[in-house]
Design a protein around this ligand. Structure first.
Ligand code: 5GP
Ligand code: ZN
Length: 102
């Protein structure tokens, strides 16, 4: 999707270190971390938000990735967050799960 920051990161148009990648999704450190560890888990397919998800296999795969990332990063306690809609604080209109941990 044109003019989508996360699609540009996926396509390497904007450089960003991937902390995790599989067939379905990838993960990066948040540019403006709101916790000591703040990772974003992002599907490779451009889906605007949870409101546009029809096949929840995608969400299952994303949470499987969360668990793998946490193991890799030694994260044992954490919060996950999905903002849906600008009024709820969604700034990037490409679905993502926040992982927040101290
Ligand atoms: P949202 O508010 O949409 O749920 O979360 C978007 C998140 O993406 C924010 O926490 C913001 O700091 C992060 N973000 C926005 N642009 C970039 C970027 O170019 N690189 C990285 N790594 N994170 C970004
Ligand atoms: Zn996108």
């Amino acid at each position: 999707m044109e003019n989508c920051i996360f699609c540009k990161i996926l396509n390497k148009e904007i450089p960003s270190k991937f902390v995790y990648e599989d067939d379905i999704c990838f993960a990066i450190n948040d540019i403006n971390p709101k916790a000591k560890k703040h990772i974003l888990v992002i599907p490779k397919v451009h889906v605007e938000s949870l409101n546009e998800v029809n096949d929840f296999e995608l969400i299952k795969k994303m949470f499987e990735a969360v668990k793998k990332i946490n193991k890799q990063e030694n994260i044992t306690h954490f919060k996950t967050l999905i903002n849906t809609g600008a009024k709820a604080g969604q700034e990037v209109m490409h679905l993502h799960i926040h992982i927040l941990s101290d």
